[in-house]
Design a protein around this ligand. Structure first.
Ligand code: NAI
Length: 464
């Protein structure tokens, strides 16, 4: 008899959630993790530490920009970088220890070390081969490299997202390569901490794939906060000399060559699946042409009994998508029906204001010849957002032109990342825009703007 029903490889949000759900369903579970702490990229060097820095730098920004406007006078705080790093480490530590507690509570064995799959049902960690009925690969992703650019996180000059969370000091100037989620979140952290930040992006718009109106307004707001943008620019090379970096790029419109010097360069040009060293070729687990683990509708790889989830498989690289897949695959392995609705996965950028979206964008709906109506409401008409000095954004709701069914929603505004879930739940229940419009929303809340956007899909918003 194998020792385990399930061995999960990787303890990030996909892997640890899978392990917990499987244990709750009565399976004997182990999870292999080589890091000293559980939680994967998200908890250790991703979502959680970046949110700590975003929170601290947001409060600093408030004291400098908005306190006096509210009659809060006094000396403006200065940054103690070492202490801020300590606060970040404590935030991370509290969360990773929480997962350890949950593992103990659910009697999940943490196998510390590197896992490689010897054969279906056999996972080697260190010198021991563990036997299991099922394997879930939840090995995550790593920053993608960029030709001509060498990342050295220890030196702190050319860094990826991991290095950018622990810079030796706050740089005076920073170039961010890539105007995606990582580049803009961390770029805005350092801009608020006093760095002069320039974002160089290959495409002609920031945040690829987002609603076009949100992209434009988001760029305007970030520019007002001091971020500079060079769009349509392909970075060719980064040179480091005497502790300073020079970023060389070509403008796509005319092939002209330019360069910018900076104390620090953050390379944020995407992530790639992390599947090397797992022995996948040995056991015949097929990969896609882009290097992701190929799976079927039940997250099973080309080898029966071996499943894969999260950043290692195709789809958006989001912690919550991985968590959903983790729960679903655990259900499947336990003989139940696991399900993930890939059409309703929210995406959030945790800048100030936040940007959040779920479902179809206007552009995607039109590209599919789908007849839609758009209800928009600006936060200028929302009392709560105005009191927060965050009234520059809007809520944009997309509904089917004939049935009024909500197809998507895009929010740029205060707490957008919390508000989006109202729309996600509505979409899960197949709600119409009118259903949201007829639901009483407490006043004064930012969520009233969601209702107003829903009203704007019908007879019209009240406060616009
Ligand atoms: P991304 O794919 O979101 O953005 C990368 C950007 O770099 C793109 O806009 C691309 O056009 C640009 N780029 C690529 N090569 C370039 C070059 N040579 N010169 C100039 N620009 C270039 O990738 P990012 O921001 O690194 O994030 C990676 C993953 O992590 C994403 O899937 C993201 O969703 C996820 N993530 C999500 C977070 C959240 O949900 N809040 C936070 C952090 C990461």
């Amino acid at each position: 008899m194998p020792t385990y029903d399930l061995i999960v490889i990787g303890a990030g949000p996909g892997g640890y959630v899978c392990a917990i759900r499987a244990a709750q369903l009565g399976l004997k579970v182990a999870c292999v993790e080589r890091r000293e702490t559980l939680g994967g990229t998200c908890l250790n060097v991703g979502c959680i530490p970046s949110k700590a820095l975003l929170h601290a730098s947001h409060l600093l920004h408030e004291t400098h920009e908005n306190f006096e406007k509210m009659g809060l006078m006094g000396a403006k705080p200065k940054v103690d970088w070492e202490k801020m790093q300590g606060y970040k480490a404590e935030t991370v530590g509290g969360n990773t220890k929480g997962i350890e507690f949950l593992f103990k509570k659910n009697k999940i064995d943490w196998l510390k070390g590197w896992a490689s799959i010897e054969a279906p049902g056999k996972v080697k960690v260190g010198d021991t081969v563990h036997e299991t009925k099922n394997i879930v690969i939840a090995s995550g992703s790593e920053p993608a490299s960029l030709k001509g650019v060498e990342v050295d996180n220890a030196a702190g000059i050319v860094v990826d997202s991991t290095g950018a969370l622990s810079l030796p000091k706050i740089p005076k100037s920073m170039v961010v390569i890539g105007a995606g989620v990582i580049g803009l979140e961390l770029g805005s952290v350092y801009a608020r901490l006093g760095a002069e930040v320039t974002v160089v992006e290959y495409l002609d718009a920031i945040t690829p794939g987002m609603d076009g109106e949100v992209q434009k307004q988001f760029q305007r707001i970030l520019a007002k906060q001091g971020l500079k943008f060079v769009l349509g620019a392909a970075v060719q090379e980064v040179e480091v000399e005497k502790g300073k970096a020079e970023v060389k790029y070509k403008l796509r419109k005319d092939d002209s060559e330019h360069e910018i010097k900076a104390e620090c360069v953050l390379v944020a040009t995407g992530r790639r699946p992390y599947v090397t060293g797992l022995g996948l070729d040995k056991v015949g687990v097929a990969l896609t042409d882009r290097g992701f683990v190929q799976i079927d509708k039940h997250w099973q790889t080309s080898v029966p009994g071996i499943y894969a989830i999260g950043d290692a498989v195709p789809g958006p690289m989001l912690a919550h998508k991985a968590e959903d897949e983790g729960m679903a695959v655990a259900e499947v392995i336990a003989g139940k029906h696991g399900h993930v609705n890939y059409d309703i996965i929210p995406g959030v950028i945790y800048t100030t204001p936040e940007v959040a979206s779920v479902g179809l964008t206007e552009e995607a709906a039109k590209a599919n010849d789908r007849k839609i109506k758009v209800g928009k409401f600006p936060f200028m008409g929302n009392a709560r957002a105005k009191a927060l000095f965050q009234a520059e954004g809007f809520v944009k709701m997309i509904a089917d032109a004939d049935t009024d069914r909500v197809l998507g929603c895009h929010i740029i505004g205060p707490n957008a990342g919390e508000m989006i879930h109202e729309v996600s739940v509505a979409m899960e229940f197949g709600a119409s825009a009118q259903d949201i419009a007829l639901t009483c929303h407490a006043h004064p809340t930012c969520s009233e703007a969601v209702r107003e956007a829903a009203l704007a899909c019908g007879d019209g918003a009240i406060h616009a």
